[in-house]
Design a protein around this ligand. Structure first.
Ligand code: GYE
Length: 329
């Protein structure tokens, strides 16, 4: 799928030479890997493996690439922006056909995106957005509407306490600091609950989207706040960690402290069906098939929509019981 250029010829020659020499490690660059067989080569920089959502997302991307006949160069950034920037630079050097990545935080991407643009390699944002003013730095953004997710969490809470006049003390476990889902889920939730002054966020801190950090921060919340009514966790994993902390403090999750989370991964849905979580806003990690479709179009030079939003729902405890066995992740 490469444009013709002297470089490609040299690349092809290099592969031939390597193959003749009995090398053929398969770890060559885009031109080499894609050389001859017309296969699209995608460089994908994943955030990490911080949550059940992320694991399901990685699986979806890998399976969809294999199914679509796209060669995937997968790189795990271990939640570090510098690792993602390094991976993207390496994809540019390897001259892959398309770069897709899920930016760990929103800011600070312009320089490396300009490098990709100058190298004429199209970029697709997957799952999370960047805050670059120049939207020509990427072709499209595929992922959820995180503000909407935060709003849905807030709307459930408003409904749940509609007959109560007492203060509702809320603690919030935020996702990774500076990430789009943390920023947006916080904003959407705040926007909805601020309409009624009885809702008070008495503590809000990051749990980095992990179970371990969710537990640790919830333990601290419980120590300094004896009167917590509600926990809003930006993902299931932090909520599940917090449940351990709540039980450890001798309280009953789902009853003494009501819990709202986002994602709807298996373990979260199980806890919801078991009555330990009260409400989950779904965020689908199954972005692989749509990503591969978009990649094919972008590489072929076709127009794609600037934004592709994933369709999602919400789950109550009753609904979780009904759908649990048929969940894919
Ligand atoms: O909600 C969380 C994960 O970016 C939507 O990242 C994703 C979020 C997801 O770690 O569990």
């Amino acid at each position: 799928m490469k444009r013709f250029s002297g470089l490609i010829l040299i690349g092809a020659l290099a592969v031939t030479v390597a193959a003749c020499g009995g090398g053929g490690s398969g770890g060559q660059g885009g031109a080499a890997a894609g050389g001859g067989d017309g296969k699209i080569v995608m460089g994908f920089s994943q955030v990490g493996a911080e949550s059940g959502w992320r694991t399901a997302n990685t699986k979806s991307v890998q399976e969809a690439a294999a199914k679509a006949g796209i060669e995937l160069k997968f790189s795990d950034a271990q939640q570090k922006q510098e690792n993602q920037i390094k991976a993207i630079r390496s994809f540019i050097q390897q001259r892959v056909d398309v770069i897709a990545f899920s930016p760990v935080v929103e800011s600070g991407w312009d320089p490396v995106l300009v490098e990709a643009k100058n190298a004429k390699i199209p970029v697709i944002l997957t799952d999370r957005a960047v805050d670059s003013k120049d939207t020509s730095l990427y072709k499209t953004f595929l992922g959820s509407d995180f503000v909407e997710e935060g709003k849905k969490a807030g709307q459930w809470l408003v409904e749940e306490y509609k007959d109560s006049t007492e203060t509702v003390n809320i603690v919030e476990l935020q996702g990774t600091t500076g990430s789009a889902p943390a920023n947006d889920r916080k904003a959407g939730f705040a926007e909805v609950i601020q309409a009624d002054p009885k809702f008070k966020i008495i503590a809000s801190q990051t749990g980095d989207f992990t179970r371990a950090k969710g537990k640790e921060v919830m333990e601290a919340f419980l120590k300094s706040n004896p009167d917590i009514d509600v926990l809003y966790a930006h993902n299931d994993d932090m909520g599940l960690g917090a449940i351990e902390a709540i039980e450890g403090a001798g309280k009953v999750p789902g009853k003494d402290i009501k819990i709202i989370t986002v994602d709807a991964v298996k373990d979260g849905m199980q806890a919801l069906a078991d009555g330990k979580i009260n409400f989950i806003v779904e965020c689908s990690p199954l972005l692989g098939p749509q990503l591969m479709d978009l990649a094919k179009k972008v590489v072929a030079g076709e127009q794609v929509p600037a934004r592709v939003v994933t369709e999602e729902t919400t789950f109550t405890q009753e609904q979780a019981k009904q759908v649990l066995s048929s969940r894919q992740y």
